[in-house]
Ligand binder design. Structure first.
Ligand code: AMP
Length: 299
């Protein structure tokens, strides 16, 4: 394997600087993940490899963003398989720290406050989730910051996030803009299985029947997308009814929102032709798994 595994921030800084120098490179990309990697993560990593001289993937299951201890404990951990996948994609460095390395003083007393966007949708059912997620993203972005590689200019620095977690992506973009983080955020479209299900590390907990039922989310989103593309009224109610007709799926929310503020665009959802730009977002549970999905709408 050409890929290198490091577990401390000091090793990450030293190894990434060494690689940048060795390659005469001028850019570094970071892909933050929680591991249990699938083709969605691989796509983020591939994009980082293509766009940067040095590509780093972090693997860290962040206790701060989990509400329930059981969810944290049962989160899948598959480091050997993750390393093989990232090696095949051409990633240079994997940063897989222990909790103690990231939070040496225990839980941080000072945290990122994710603000009003964090209170709705995913945040409504997971209080504190986005404060915890942004706090670790802030730390990981600092850990992954490239040092001067011998040139006059600092290397370019990019970080890669999936459109799958649309609310997280919007919040990371706001954090980086509002707090002047020296990094460019790159959004990567959702990777789906052939039958439409958005890939997720938690999908492995679905039974065959639940997985089949979960396909209703992407079907309902497709319905809305087709109507938007045809400048038809979105008729969100009928799409909601389709999801609610699936007995193994419990719908949490299904809305059409502004892609930046995540505020509902209610007037755009009923019986007037769709115009403009929006995001259709959906969340539901199937068995033990919370499913989220979304699709950008553009007339
Ligand atoms: P996670 O390991 O679940 O925290 O995800 C790490 C990154 O991978 C996040 O930026 C996710 O949005 C992204 N990601 C997860 N699943 C997918 C997917 N199916 N398609 C694209 N990106 C994804």
């Amino acid at each position: 394997m050409a890929i290198q595994l490091v577990t401390t921030a000091a090793q990450l800084r030293a190894e990434s600087a060494r690689l940048l120098r060795a390659k005469g490179g001028s850019s570094q990309g970071l892909v933050p993940t929680m591991g249990a990697l699938h083709e969605g993560h691989a796509e983020l990593a591939r994009t980082a490899v293509e766009q940067n001289d040095v590509a780093v993937v972090s693997i860290f299951v962040n206790p701060l963003q989990f509400g329930e201890a059981v969810d944290l404990e049962r989160y899948p951990r598959t480091l050997d398989a993750d390393l093989a996948l990232l090696d095949a994609v051409g990633v240079d460095l994997v940063f897989a720290p222990e909790v103690q390395e990231v939070y040496p003083g225990g839980e941080p007393l000072v945290r990122i406050s994710a603000g009003p966007i964090a209170g709705k949708w995913e945040g409504a059912s997971r209080p504190g989730h986005f404060d915890g997620a942004l706090t670790v993203v802030a730390k990981l972005l600092h850990f992954g910051l490239p040092g001067a590689s011998g040139g006059v200019e600092l290397p370019a620095y990019r970080a890669y996030f999936g459109q799958k977690d649309a609310q997280q992506l919007a919040l990371v973009q706001r954090m980086v803009a509002d707090l002047n983080f020296p990094v460019q955020i790159v959004a990567v479209p959702i990777v789906r299985s052939a039958d439409g299900l958005a890939l997720s590390s938690r999908n492995r907990f679905l039974s065959a029947a639940e997985r089949e039922a979960a396909l209703v989310l992407s079907r309902a989103l497709r319905l809305i997308e087709d109507r938007a593309n045809a400048n038809q009224p979105l008729d969100l109610e009928s799409a909601r009814a389709l999801v609610e007709s699936q007995p193994l799926v419990e719908l949490d929310y299904f809305e059409v929102v502004d892609p930046l503020t995540l505020e509902p665009l209610a007037e755009n959802c009923r019986d007037t032709p769709f115009r403009g730009e929006a995001l259709a977002i959906i969340a539901a549970t199937a068995g033990p798994v919370r499913l989220i999905d979304n699709v950008p709408l553009n007339s």
